[in-house]
Design a protein around this ligand. Sequence first.
Ligand code: HEM
Length: 431
Amino acid sequence: MTARHALLADDPRYAEMFDVARETLAAGGEVYEDLTPRMVALARQAPVMEGSIAELLGLPAERHQIFEVQRPHYTLWSFAACDRALRENEVFSSAVYRESPGVRRMGENILSMTGARHRAYRGIVQPKFIRPVVASLWRPRWIQGAVDALLDNLHGRERADLNLELCARLPVHVVSEGIGIGGERALDFRYHLLRATVLARNLSPEEIGRSFAVVRTMLQELIDARRAEPTDDVMSALVTGSLELPGEDARPLTDEEIVAFCLLVMTAGGGTTWRQLGITLVALLSDYRLWEACREDRSLVEAAVEESARWMPTDPTFPRLVMEDVEVEGMRIPAGCRVDMCLATANRDPSRWDHPDVYDPFRPRQSHLGFGMGPHRCLGMEVAKMEMVLAINGLLERFPHMTLDPDAPPPRLLGGLHQRGYSAVPVRFNA
Ligand code: HEM
């Protein structure tokens, strides 16, 4: 099968994997309609509260337990509180992820590291993810061709579900190809990766082991190939990079370290962009003047994407472990507690944005937390933005009069506390 065939294949695993409700349940969460209004109502009462976000929302807390260690909880709602916790990573530590079996199954990776160790590991691949490299390498090599193939495939059709035919397929292929896994194996890789890690809850140890072996073998073959002959992909940066930890001699990464890194990037880069692209498309098509404005002025598309990550970030909450007694916005939080940072409400803080609940690509641009902030700010954010901008521009170009399909049920925002999005984005092309 060629990469193009795999991208367009009528494979039932796309429907199985790219369904927000199914994904949330498989990860052990509960599925809800949009929780944003309830989160915002709480956030308007106080910037920080005692209790986990699940408890404060009145949801059954045990169903949202992705950590095996029980700890007292606080929830940070405001922009100032979340921004500080994201930046002060030694006090509000990412080591919290080590208490999650789903993350631990990937092996130790940058998500749970802090300080100099985090900088050293992340520094090896950071140059592959900066904006100019995304424009000069990722765009022509891995993104534009995939967008064109997916949209060519819709030519002549009257209607389509863009969730399955565009939003789901594009990021899986882009991230796989960017790492170096050929597009023809991208779906296989993601399918087994999710079964081996974050969606392993309902599987037997044998099934998890089998999926892990598939993923491990594919990566080992790639590591060996790139060690023999490096190219310009991410795997080549990993095998040729030099790790400089404080007080230690510089050395190459081990195979295990490379595998752990790849598992994180492939997990983080597939699901998020899928859901955020759907969120952006539904937002633009739901207020048709915005779709028309983007059509008239393409420079607005980038702002439309950025504003969607502010207004409705697909991952609304992230955790941290408090390492020392600290006071946040007037609330004392003891060492050893876990905090839930609610990026969804931080991004709607009325002290920072006028009419924060409105999706408005015309608003003055200022930094938001949809991609995080500080040392762990999303490594792949420029890749994600480029994918979304090129996909939306491609749609505007080819289907300028596209609307949400009036004959289909309106898209419903579903998800849990950790991810949310649309499982169907039904459109009519109105050629
Ligand atoms: C719209 C799409 C995306 C959103 C909303 C998003 C959001 C985020 C957020 C909020 C974080 C911070 C997590 C924390 O501080 O605990 C993060 C980290 C990360 N993201 Fe993304 N992400 C997206 C796409 C991607 C893509 C496409 C990739 C890879 C190609 C990627 C790779 C990563 C990695 C590796 C980290 C960990 C960085 C670190 O710990 O230093 N993400 N992302």
